[in-house]
Design a protein around this ligand. Sequence first.
Ligand code: 6LW
Length: 587
Amino acid sequence: MKYRTFGAILGLMLCGCIQESSIEINDAVFTPLKYEATAPSYDPATEYRNPILPGFYPDPSICRAGEDFYLVNSTFQYFPGLMVWHSTDLVHWESCGAVLATDDAVSFTDHPMLFGLWAPHISYNPHNRKFYVVCTQVGGGIGNFFATCDDPREGHWDGPYRLPEVQGIDPSLFFEEDGRACIITATSPETAGSPVRYPGEGGILMWDFDWKNGVTTGGPRILARGGVHPEDHPASLEGGHIYKVDGRYYLMCAEGGTEAGHSEVIFSANRLEGPYTACPINPILTQRALAPGRPYPVSCTGHADLVCTAGGDWYAVFLGCRPYEGEEYFNTGRETFLLPVHWRDGQPVILEAGEPVPTVVKKDKGLLALAAKYPSSGFDGFLPEPLWSAEGLAPFALSVRGDVRDRLQFEADGRMHLACSGISLSDYARPSAVFERITGTVFTASTILSFSPEGDHEAGLVCWQDDDHYMKLTRRLDSLGRPVLRLEERSSAPREKFEGFYMTRPEASIQYSTDLILSAKEARNRLLLRVESDEEARIQFSYASIPEGKNPRAPRFRPVGEPLDGSHLSSRHCGGFQGAMIGVYAY
Ligand code: 6LW
């Protein structure tokens, strides 16, 4: 597909870091992508910031083994699948690989980005001392499955093992003290043979799980249906998790759908099989009735999981969004938040009714004790390390619908070669692109590109939400063969309402395109590409020409095109469950 020149091969052989056979003249070469988002200031000794994992980290699930906490999120059609985090103080998290970290482990489909790996659940089985992640691949693929591991910090997971009898989404496991176990999911009561009482009625269904043989042995049985006030016909009872506290069983679920009406509710029972009845205080978390225009709003909160520390303190992780307009306009997707849990009237409460989720939180006694015992630092999604280095991609790097590492090469100075693939960003395929999450409305990102395009090849910087919504600034040739920087936006009309789940691909097209013709000197130089987003999510791309061998401290940036409307990357506009990304791309 590409050409080789003696000069290119010689140059790279001299650098000595890349195999001669891998050099392609049409590779784009990028310096490590630097990214930074504006975040509230806080005192790390006494406070922490919410979200604890900013950007696209939805549907968090957490567990504890001894004094170690582990957390996992949905990754949809992104690779690697189901990244796992470790912490000792609940506030600082370090990545420890992913459950589905090779192309053999999971095959992605050519469906929209909102399909794929939804709402995993992580748990520890004290009977065989193994960790379990159970999850659903939605839209083709393997459906419900689980994977196991002896130590998530080693990053090796066995599986996935399919669970073909288990219907529905949002599976979670519960291990009883006596060795019994069950899997629960969210699906229609009809799956258990019971007609729905109103259209869209959801249910939490249970299957018995034989963990020794990795199979279900009984079920399904309905544990809960509708919601805590079924007479109101609530939507989307989902994300169910079971806890046993002082001999009583608690079934905690999300209710109302993952959009602005999202909430978390709780039921309890004397027996694992139920009957479960709604606890007196419900919902135990929601932001849906809060005043619009409040400062630092957090919206759409729900899909929580609880954990109890070795010291007996309870905390919840849950998803929430940080809108820049109304409740629904955010580009950062659904993020992972943490709050202490209070027990009142024999039930847990995550947040009292009417209280806003704080974005800077005073550490309570339990968190201060953990911090004192385990002084730690962790990943900072607002100011992450560069997206790659000489060692390869950072652990938080994502690619679309599978592994692209066979198209990457890294030099000792950290530069990354990205092979042009001829796969575009809108092909519902696996483009040559590497992304990280956009973690704030106000952000900046930059990289220096060396690239000599031929034909219709292009390479550059991309802000991406999905195959139909992205903005890119690429170095390429125009139709007359002149060297240009092209700014292009692909988008569709906004969705009529905020809908996480949709079935039809929107009508999308190039909504904005402008070429900036490069001078002969600029075309020979390296190009520093930058993108910035302001409080109103206006996205401005710019560039500076950097002569070989020079690294000016204050490069003179020149804007390319107009500021683009960043709301075109929002979940409200695009639909879907993901968050927007920033990254590099080569066609
Ligand atoms: C997930 C469901 C949800 O399966 O969104 O917010 C879905 N909650 O529980 C996709 O992440």
